[in-house]
Design a binder for this molecule. Structure first.
Ligand SMILES: Cc1cc2nc3c(=O)[nH]c(=O)nc-3n(C[C@H](O)[C@H](O)[C@H](O)COP(=O)(O)OP(=O)(O)OC[C@H]3O[C@@H](n4cnc5c(N)ncnc54)[C@H](O)[C@@H]3O)c2cc1C
Ligand SMILES: *[C@@H]1O[C@H](CO)[C@@H](O)[C@H](O)[C@H]1NC(C)=O
Ligand SMILES: *[C@@H]1O[C@H](CO)[C@@H](O)[C@H](O)[C@H]1NC(C)=O
Ligand SMILES: *[C@@H]1O[C@H](CO)[C@@H](O)[C@H](O)[C@H]1NC(C)=O
Ligand SMILES: *[C@@H]1O[C@H](CO)[C@@H](O)[C@H](O)[C@H]1NC(C)=O
Ligand SMILES: *[C@@H]1O[C@H](CO)[C@@H](O)[C@H](O)[C@H]1NC(C)=O
Ligand SMILES: *[C@@H]1O[C@H](CO)[C@@H](O)[C@H](O)[C@H]1NC(C)=O
Ligand SMILES: *[C@@H]1O[C@H](CO)[C@@H](O)[C@H](O)[C@H]1NC(C)=O
Ligand SMILES: *[C@@H]1O[C@H](CO)[C@@H](O)[C@H](O)[C@H]1NC(C)=O
Ligand SMILES: *[C@@H]1O[C@H](CO)[C@@H](O)[C@H](O)[C@H]1NC(C)=O
Ligand SMILES: *[C@@H]1O[C@H](CO)[C@@H](O)[C@H](O)[C@H]1NC(C)=O
Ligand SMILES: *[C@@H]1O[C@H](CO)[C@@H](O)[C@H](O)[C@H]1NC(C)=O
Ligand SMILES: *[C@@H]1O[C@H](CO)[C@@H](O)[C@H](O)[C@H]1NC(C)=O
Length: 495
């Protein structure tokens, strides 16, 4: 039975409709949760309620202005989580904690991210179905969904020499608007691109075509009409008049309400939450036929554990009764390690074609393209001789090997700032950690342990930290190639 719901049409609401059972209630108005709500509520007969812990920042220039990306980190729009102390985090060998930025606002982390908007490779996405057994989650279905989510605008003809683009790999009517950057630092076309080509790297036509490997400018999720961030917050703005869609801000989900719990079977009936609108610390409830937990990779496990879904060994000591014994909840957390910047300084005077700050030149490379031939062979030998790594699920090792030998992207070199500099990322670390609650207080932050450098490898007879070894070797090799290949070999001041 469907109930019609009266709402104030032009603003987010402060409370759920009373005594209504929604078709869907969603925890988290973030990247995925808000977009799901937008799509589900396209059908006027389906009622949807979304609960978001953060506020509404849709008119705040610090969120909407692409030139200010990065600035809302460490503000009220960021959950400001930290990892547990990680051994040897600092160059001097001292342990240290690492910030874990996460958006706390309507739009979630899509309100704070760098807006790079591209798809993965065919091989990467087909693995979801072939190795992870996720029936019909593959390149065909996911790249189709990506196109449907996007409206991509072709670069202006006078700039098409900079931007590799083929419209058949992009959408033309989806909610997320995407464009290429509006300015080009002459460093890229005059020096970086020819050097990469001379060094044997590829600068392909359009990396949404099923092979993401290569270098070049990638699209950004920006609305060209007013040059503002296009994200799940703006996707909501476009449809917020829908009477069947309720979004509650400042509503923090504290757990799942269970309808019934017979042995081995539970049914979720809604969510409970705290909101200042109901008075401090007053728990309120919203009922739904379907409950979707979409609070991101840090807090979805938190909500599940607070609701009794998880490992009894973690829940029982906190006085939480296990409703579903699911020991995988919060396990397998991976946080891609990065190096701050490659120490390269280019003695070149470079000019802009426009006045904009954002430079988004991204290279995604396979291990083979990023390592010396001897390092690649030694690492391949270790992988081939390894069938199990402690702390790493066998299926994840299998996925990694598939990506490695199919020469899929494992290293990213990001040139996105107006600094003549590069940030290297290890995109798929083997090390895995966890995120768990250590308190039954739903407002306490979860314990985030990415467990960096947890995997040892034997490379050429020496035991190394695998993830750091790969990142460091890739960075060294790349830096050396840039410095020794024309035309960049003539302009590197120091290495
Ligand atoms: C600095 C940075 C830069 C990035 N750059 C890019 C990029 O350029 N391109 C790219 O593709 N990806 C990028 N990413 C990654 C990408 O943004 C994230 O993977 C993605 O946004 C995660 O979406 P999500 O829906 O899983 O979670 P989120 O978008 O984080 O959504 C979770 C939502 O749930 C809410 N929430 C949490 N707990 C509760 C609760 N108890 N009750 C109610 N609400 C709750 C949160 O406030 C949030 O709104 C970047 C990430 C970061 C941190
Ligand atoms: C909701 O139901 C409760 C109890 O059944 C009732 O007291 C209350 O008036 C109802 N509220 C609305 C808005 O109908
Ligand atoms: C936006 O950011 C600037 C500088 O980072 C800060 O001074 C300002 O207070 C922020 N605005 C809001 C509304 O938070
Ligand atoms: C090591 O470096 C960190 C970060 O720079 C610093 O906070 C810490 O004090 C240093 N420790 C020692 C022993 O020098
Ligand atoms: C996928 O299915 C195969 C065959 O049934 C099984 O061997 C494998 O363990 C499954 N993998 C996962 C990740 O569940
Ligand atoms: C930018 O314009 C779009 C329409 O093209 C609109 O939906 C959006 O709200 C605008 N964004 C801002 C921040 O004004
Ligand atoms: C749980 O519910 C499902 C769907 O109603 C049913 O098929 C299944 O047999 C139930 N399992 C148990 C253990 O009761
Ligand atoms: C609300 O709960 C917090 C933490 O549990 C507590 O510190 C605070 O005093 C409570 N406020 C009220 C008004 O009860
Ligand atoms: C929970 O499940 C795990 C593995 O699935 C099992 O080893 C453990 O004994 C179970 N715990 C309880 C309390 O049932
Ligand atoms: C760059 O330009 C500045 C000012 O025009 C000049 O002083 C400097 O020598 C130039 N540097 C190089 C490496 O050409
Ligand atoms: C492996 O070790 C040998 C002997 O120490 C050395 O000659 C060779 O260069 C090393 N190879 C790699 C890939 O490090
Ligand atoms: C490792 O296995 C892959 C794929 O099975 C194969 O192509 C490669 O030659 C092997 N490499 C080494 C060094 O054994
Ligand atoms: C990795 O190797 C180091 C010594 O090189 C050792 O101290 C550490 O315990 C090893 N870690 C694992 C997870 O095996």
């Amino acid at each position: 039975m469907l109930l019609s719901v009266a709402v104030c049409a032009l603003a987010v609401t402060l409370a759920a409709a009373q005594n209504v059972t929604y078709d869907y209630v969603i925890a988290g108005a973030g990247t995925a949760g808000m977009l799901l709500a937008v799509v589900l509520s396209e059908n006027p007969d389906i009622t949807v309620c979304v609960l978001e812990a953060g506020g509404d920042g849709r008119t705040d220039r610090n969120i909407t202005d692409p030139e200010r990306r990065g600035t809302i980190q460490d503000t009220m729009y960021d959950w400001q989580f930290m990892t547990t102390p990680q051994p040897g985090l600092y160059p001097n060998g001292t342990e240290g904690a690492q910030p874990v930025p996460r958006g706390r606002v309507l739009g979630g982390t899509s309100a704070m991210n760098w807006m790079i908007h591209n798809t993965d490779s065919r091989v990467q996405l087909d693995i979801w179905e072939s190795l992870l057994n996720l029936t019909s989650w593959n390149w065909q279905t996911l790249s189709t969904a990506f196109r449907e989510s996007e409206t991509m605008y072709a670069p202006p003809p006078n700039e098409s020499q900079y931007f590799k683009y083929d419209s058949i790999y992009h959408g033309s009517s989806g909610p997320i608007q995407s464009i290429f950057q509006r300015s080009v630092l002459s460093l890229f076309p005059q020096y970086v691109e020819p050097t990469l080509l001379n060094a044997g790297y590829d600068v392909p036509q359009d990396r949404n075509d099923g092979n993401a490997v290569g270098a070049g400018f990638l699209p950004l999720a920006i609305d060209p009409h007013n040059y503002t961030r296009s994200y799940s917050g703006s996707a909501y703005t476009a449809v917020q008049g829908r009477s069947n869609l309720h979004v509650l801000i400042d509503a923090r989900v504290t757990g799942i309400d269970w309808a019934s719990s017979t042995s081995g079977n539970v049914t979720a009936a809604g969510l409970r939450y705290v909101s200042d609108a109901g008075g401090p610390n007053t728990t309120q409830h919203v009922a739904g036929r379907e409950v979707i937990i979409s609070a991101g990779c840090i807090q979805s496990p938190q909500i599940l554990e607070l609701s009794g879904v998880g490992d009894p060994a973690i829940l029982s000591p906190l006085g939480i009764q296990t409703v579903v014994n699911l020991t995988n909840v919060g396990e397998g957390l991976r946080d891609p390690p990065m190096m701050n910047y490659l120490p390269i300084s280019f003695g070149v005077n470079t000019t802009f074609t426009g006045g904009q700050y954002i430079q988004n030149f991204i290279e995604l490379e396979s291990a083979r393209n990023m390592l010396s031939a001897t390092d690649y062979a030694a690492a391949s030998q270790w992988l081939n001789s390894t069938t199990h790594v402690n702390g790493v699920r066998d299926v994840q090792l299998a996925v990694f090997k598939e990506l490695w030998f199919a020469e899929q992207p494992l290293i990213e070199m990001a040139w996105q700032f107006n600094l003549q500099n590069v940030t290297p990322y290890n995109l798929i670390p083997l090390s895995q950690g966890s995120v768990h609650i250590n308190s039954s207080d739903p407002l306490a932050p979860p314990v985030i342990d990415p467990s960096y450098n947890h995997v040892n490898a034997t490379i050429n007879g020496t035991e190394v930290d695998w993830d750091m070894w790969l990142l460091a070797k890739a960075a060294q090799t790349y830096e050396t190639r840039l410095a020794t290949t024309s035309p960049m070999n003539s302009m590197c001041e120091q290495m």
